[in-house]
Design a protein around this ligand. Structure first.
Ligand SMILES: *Cc1c(COP(=O)(O)O)cnc(C)c1O
Length: 383
């Protein structure tokens, strides 16, 4: 599989040994035990976090349908393993809990997804957090730092973080990159030194807004700790989601490519619009990180733009007809939302300011509609 391009891997990975054409969907919560000794050995191995080799025994320990999706993600992210969770937050929580066993301090580069920011601020997991920018990571590291978190492109400002630079600044400390906005198609953080690559699979990977899940791509050794977290906390991915997310991979490259083409057009036109103060789109800043052979192979399908006020931004959300006013992203239809009021509401005022989440900011997830139709909708909504 390794010699194939990302597009081909996305279509074929996790499909070995099929008797039919589509991967099977197994909804079992438990599995027949016909070989008791084998099941006992299997339970011991899985409790230590090893990948299942025989009988899954019980679906909180392992699920074959979810395992196919995990195998596909590992192949796509060029890592040894991947571990699926019930949601992106479940995945991030597991990475943080596993880090907490090694040290109680983490360094986080803002801006991050609102939920991740809130989880860290809440101290729910007993972790001390130092907020940093990409440039201050090195000085924020302490002897008990067990993880550096970064998100690129960042939510909702589409700020890019130089993954290689953060990995270098982190030294021996593992780096987790939330790569949700790029999807496995546009960037491969593990090849740049990230130890944990996280996706909210709810977004681009599923691609139709109807399946929730999260996944962490990492080494086999790191996956063992994460599987243990999953077994202990029960943050499992439902097999129905695993199946749908795996199916989503088959069209991922085509969807990302198509939506990106429209996003490039829309970002360019928004930039020339009189009431738009600023367009935030990968490559407009940090141009050196975007393009074939660079960190991000293309600018992607997410864009943000700044209007003069919260009122002006909310008026656009109310007036759009074709574009859906909603949070989340990466669906077939285009979505628009105001982060300061919605996704980043839970972030402190100071955190929002530090992250550049201004009141007039609108975030748009470009879908698969015709680009000119989308522009007409936006232009009318902008007034
Ligand atoms: C949505 C999202 C998450 C959280 O994922 P859920 O599946 O909603 O739990 C984490 N990071 C980013 C960048 C996201 O967009």
């Amino acid at each position: 599989m390794n010699h194939l391009s990302t597009e081909s891997i996305a279509i074929h990975a996790g499909r070995h040994g099929l008797t039919g054409h589509a991967a099977p969907l197994d909804l079992s919560t438990t599995f027949r035990i016909d070989d008791l000794a084998g099941a006992v050995t299997g339970i011991d191995a899985m409790a230590e976090g090893r990948a299942c080799e025989g009988n899954p025994v019980y679906s909180r320990l392992h699920h074959p349908t979810v395992a196919r999706f995990e195998e596909a993600i590992a192949a796509l992210e060029r890592t040894e393993a991947a571990v699926g969770f019930g949601s992106g937050m479940g995945a991030i929580t597991a990475v943080l809990m596993a880090a907490g066993m090694r040290g109680k301090h983490v360094v986080a580069v803002r801006p991050l997804y609102g939920g991740t920011d809130h989880l860290l601020e809440s101290r729910l997991l007993g972790l001390d957090v130092t907020w940093a920018t990409a440039d201050t990571v090195a000085e924020a590291i302490r002897s008990d730092t067990s993880l550096v978190l970064a998100e690129t492109p960042a939510n909702p400002t589409l700020d890019l973080v130089d993954i290689r630079a953060v990995v270098e600044a982190a030294g021996d400390v593992p780096v987790m990159v939330d790569s949700t906005f790029a999807s496995p198609i546009l960037q491969s953080p593990a090849t740049l030194g990230a130890r944990f690559v996280v996706h909210s699979a709810t977004k681009l990977i599923g691609g139709h807004g109807d399946a929730m899940g999260g996944v962490v791509a990492c080494s086999q050794a790191d996956a063992a700790a994460l599987r243990q977290m999953r077994i202990l906390t029960g943050a499992v991915m439902h097999p129905m989601s695993g199946w749908m997310l795996h199916r989503g991979l088959q069209t991922l490259a085509a969807r990302v490519e198509w939506a990106q083409r429209s996003a490039i057009v829309l970002a360019g036109r928004l930039r020339e619009h009189a009431v738009v103060e600023r367009v935030l789109y990968p490559g407009y800043d940090h141009a050196a990180l975007v393009g074939e052979g660079r960190q991000m192979r293309g600018p992607g399908s997410m864009l943000s733009f700044v209007l003069p006020s919260a009122e002006a931004a909310e008026a656009v959300m109310k007036r759009v007809q074709l574009i859906t006013p909603a949070v989340s992203l990466g669906s077939t239809d285009s979505l628009i939302q105001r982060p300061a009021a919605l996704t980043h509401r839970v972030v402190s005022e100071e955190g929002r300011r530090a992250g550049g989440v201004v009141p007039g900011l609108l975030r748009m997830s470009v879908g698969l509609e015709n680009a000119d139709d989308l522009w007409r909708d936006l232009e009318i909504a902008l007034g």
